[in-house]
Design a protein around this ligand. Structure first.
Ligand SMILES: Cc1ncc(COP(=O)(O)O)c(C=O)c1O
Length: 470
């Protein structure tokens, strides 16, 4: 049997227990969230346990998790220190409303101490989308201006408020949202939207930001990811953030660094903006701040900005609850105890080097890039078209090797490796071994051979050069 793309319909071997769960899910679970978005419906893996970088299915079969909850599991699955903190806090105090808790004050103090923003003040909320919504409210209140500039291929969440800040047509028509943003191109230099190369680049993408600011007086802020996450992994040139900061200062607009996926050590520093030597006005954190255990996000901002709205303007019943903050404190302690930011840098380099050494010669792979433990591997056909179907296939085939990978890129032609920052060198070696085997298997797929041959028939010089270089 063949799939819709013409690949052999031969999935990974699912156990009967997993199949039973999928049958039960099909009866009661709405296919609305992204639980079903990445694998064929009848082959979505089911897990019941996690530890460190491993996930286990209900039969105890072990998988290497290279997704880590899209940056939520930076401390690894079920980290004992965080589990202990959760249990301890649950026994002490889990919730108060309209009052403070000791742990809320302590966590805010800790974040303020770590933050590069002078005199940081903190607001806690429930998740990433609510943090980006909150940032927009603060921009509006502080600057009096309703709009922001966001970037193409950005992702800032799936709530009406967050969707009003970026180009997500897929959702916007459903919510009938007021579009409070202008879109500028993100520096995706390999496929420069202006057709430039590094040698001929004159920062056309930032020129577009300046044009928007010159032509419109209603922009109060610029929201940007330190590297594209959901539609990446794509890394901007190192001085992009500094230049953006300068533009913000020239035009009196706020710079918001959405570090929900790329902060918390992912790129090799607690705050990604530190790597770029830039101090934003607002930093957004979520995902790993809750140590995988509890939904927790934080808006960190300059005092004057954070005091520009009245008490009660932002928040939610469970936002910043003692249980969340107790877990948040433990999450940060794990970073210190295990030097996770430093590990992200050194192990990230080791991972990147070994992937480059072992995988960059493969046909289809045209680029491998990384910063910290965030690695993006880009696939193209010989004619330069994104190898989207091949990457989808690879992503699914990886389950046979018990390897959970993330698919990304604007054209869904990238494989991303974003393991827990607690990963070891031996585990990285294991992942690279399995990945290389997988690439070999992919190249044996008749449909891949056929697609590559058809695409090679008209290879433009640019692509040949790219392949030769890699
Ligand atoms: C950069 C970025 N911003 C915002 C969000 C939204 O966070 P949440 O899913 O917690 O609402 C995400 C989630 O993937 C993200 O990657």
């Amino acid at each position: 049997m063949e799939s819709k793309d013409g690949f052999q319909e031969e999935g990974f071997v699912m156990s009967q227990t997993q199949k039973d769960y999928l049958d039960r899910a099909a009866k009661v679970l709405a296919r609305i969230d992204n639980s079903y978005a990445y694998f064929p419906e009848n082959e979505t893996p089911v897990f019941n346990r996690g530890e460190g970088i491993y996930l286990y299915d209900p039969d105890g079969v072990e998988y290497l998790d290279m997704v880590a909850g899209y940056g939520t599991v930076n401390q690894g699955h079920t980290h004992p220190h965080i589990v202990q903190a959760l249990l301890k806090q649950a026994n002490l105090l889990a919730h108060t409303s309209a009052t403070l808790s000791n742990v809320k004050v302590e966590l805010a103090e800790k974040l303020a101490e770590l933050s590069p923003i002078p005199e940081t003040m903190v607001h806690f909320d429930l998740g990433g989308a609510r943090a980006t919504e909150g940032a927009k409210v603060l921009v509006r209140a502080y600057t009096g201006k309703p709009k922001v500039i966001s970037f193409s291929n950005a992702f800032h969440g799936r709530s009406a408020g967050s969707l009003s800040m970026y180009n997500a047509d897929q959702f916007q028509f459903l919510y009938n949202i007021q579009k409070d943003y202008y879109t500028a191109p993100y520096p995706y230099c390999r496929r420069c939207p202006f057709g430039k190369t590094c040698d001929s680049c004159s920062w056309e993408c930032l020129g577009k930001v300046q044009d928007i600011l010159r032509e419109n007086r209603d922009v109060g802020g610029i929201i940007v990811e330190p590297a594209l996450g959901a539609r990446g992994y794509i890394f901007p040139p190192m001085d992009f953030f500094k230049r953006l900061r300068r533009i913000c200062d020239e035009h009196g607009v706020l710079l918001i660094s959405d570090e929900i996926q790329m902060g918390m050590g992912r790129l090799g520093a607690m705050f990604a903006c530190e790597l770029y030597d830039t101090v934003p006005d607002i930093i957004l954190l979520a995902k790993s701040l809750g140590g995988t255990m509890w939904p927790l996000s934080a808006i960190l901002g300059r005092r004057a900005i954070m005091q520009s709205v009245r008490p009660g303007t932002l928040g939610s019943t469970f936002a910043g609850a003692p249980l969340a903050c107790g877990v948040g404190l433990a999450s940060l302690e794990v970073f210190e105890m295990e030097n996770l930011c430093e590990k992200s840098q050194t192990l990230g380099k080791y991972f990147l080097d070994s992937l480059r050494e072992r995988a960059s010669g493969f046909p289809l792979i045209v680029h491998i890039e990384g910063l910290g433990l965030a690695i993006g591997i880009e696939f193209e056909l010989p004619n330069g078209d994104p190898a989207t179907a091949e990457v989808e296939r690879l992503h699914h085939m990886a389950l046979r090797k018990r390897l959970l990978l993330q698919r990304g890129g604007p054209a869904k032609n990238m494989i991303n490796m974003i393991p827990a920052l607690t990963i070891t060198r031996e585990q990285i070696d294991e992942v690279v071994d399995r990945f290389v085997e997988l690439l070999n298997d992919l190249l044996l797929e008749p449909k891949v051979v056929e697609n590559m041959a058809a695409s090679s028939a008209a290879v433009p010089p640019r692509t040949e050069e790219i392949i030769a270089k890699n």
